[in-house]
Ligand binder design. Sequence first.
Ligand code: DX5
Ligand code: ZN
Length: 226
Amino acid sequence: MTFNRSIKIAPSILSADFANFGAEIQAIEAQGADWVHIDVMDGHFVPNLTFGPPAVKAFRPHVKTVMDVHLMISPVDAYIDAYAEAGADILTAHIEAGPHTHRTLQAIKGAGMKAGVALNPGTPAQAVEHLLDLTDLICVMTVNPGFGGQKFIDMTDKIRTLRAMIGDREVHIEIDGGVDTATAPLVAAAGADVLVAGSAVFRGGSVDMPSVYGDNIKAIRAAAQG
Ligand code: DX5
Ligand code: ZN
């Protein structure tokens, strides 16, 4: 993975056909996805349940771009090696998931992955100030995590603060939740470079009509690029 700040679209397979993940991943990549975003939920940190390490491992051979794994689980540390083994390129943990995020980020990097830290809407930018040198990606949640298809919560002030705090460090700012053609320009202008989109990418398409995914990805990218 080489670092750049150009806009990257990361479709969340939370909005894909759950009976057909391999074909869905291949379809979004063929249609221009830059990364593939995988939402891991534990029914405890968030009130929903999705995939564990064996499922993520099964996705891996289908992902030719970047496998971006967003853990919405608590605790995190006991599972880090399992997600490394499953083939995650980036592993993101929530800062709210436990008291020792610094240790968690060290362990993620120690296991050979890029380390991400996610912030719920109520968590201030300053919470990551002393973690920046251990962080490859900051995920700014623009919904309360747990479900796709929720309404965007405006976090542009937080994004601007983070962008200034990062300076010239190679840290991505990822936005997750409610990203579509209307909200993408706001977050991109504030300094985000990775846009996660579930419903706005998969809406109206299918593996039999993949060009709709392509149109949706192009429209979000164009909106973000202004
Ligand atoms: C929310 C997840 C998101 C979600 C985004 O908890 O982390 O990745 O799938 O879905 P949309 O784009 O539909 O808001
Ligand atoms: Zn996510």
